[in-house]
Design a protein around this ligand. Structure first.
Ligand code: ADP
Length: 191
């Protein structure tokens, strides 16, 4: 198996780079943001539980998030590997993910951090807002999400860095160049 995490602030380009990684490596893509959006859109029991907190731009509790992620992984027992996107966002989530991978006889091989400044992120999302209409892209909520990333979520990075599992890629520049940089990292991994 090849298991990767794509990491970065809202608007870092995780979606674009994820698509390429999935295609090139046949990975199963699990985005907790997409899963939560699916649940709220379809008004499931879980969706009703998380709607308010998501709309406010805050993080859903670890218990709920980890349970949802575990279920999604278990739905794909034959996957060649996974690409996690939007998860983990806390050290407890990171530890839960390590245990889950271990229980499958595997591990997280690498975390790919798309490094983008807060200023660039704000500009990009302002543009995206004109094209899509994500409820959580409204400016006050967006502000909250960006703050959640730069004050809370970033603390997950040292956890992986200390274990030599972190690769940081400059997320500003030509999309193809960024993909090439990521490909280099992935090719160098010993799986
Ligand atoms: P962003 O574009 O801000 O990176 P996502 O699309 O990944 O956001 O997620 C949207 C929302 O879903 C988050 O603001 C949060 O409320 C919730 N969410 C997604 N993943 C997680 C997670 N791992 N832990 C807690 N909450 C999460």
């Amino acid at each position: 198996m090849l298991n990767l995490i794509i990491f970065g602030p809202p608007g870092a380009g995780k979606g674009t780079q994820s698509e390429r990684l999935i295609e090139n490596h046949g990975l199963c893509h699990i985005s907790t943001g997409d899963l939560f959006r699916w649940h709220t859109k379809n008004d499931t029991e879980l969706g009703q539980k998380v709607k308010e907190i998501m709309d406010s731009g805050q993080l859903v509790s670890d218990d709920i998030t980890i349970a949802m992620l575990k279920e999604e992984v278990e739905k794909n027992p034959d996957a060649k590997g996974f690409l996690f996107d939007g998860f983990p966002r806390t050290v407890d989530q990171a530890k839960a993910l390590d245990s889950l991978m271990e229980s499958m006889g595997s591990k997280i091989h690498s975390v790919i951090e798309l490094k983008v400044t807060e200023e660039e992120v704000r500009q990009r999302i302002a543009k995206r807002k004109e094209l899509e209409n994500r409820v959580d892209d409204a400016s006050d909520k967006l502000d909250r999400r960006i703050k959640e990333y730069f004050t809370k979520t970033v603390h997950v990075l040292p956890f992986y860095k200390e274990q030599g599992r972190l690769t940081t890629v400059n997320g500003i520049g030509d999309i193809d160049d960024i993909s090439k940089e990521i490909d280099k990292t992935v090719s160098a991994l010993e799986v």
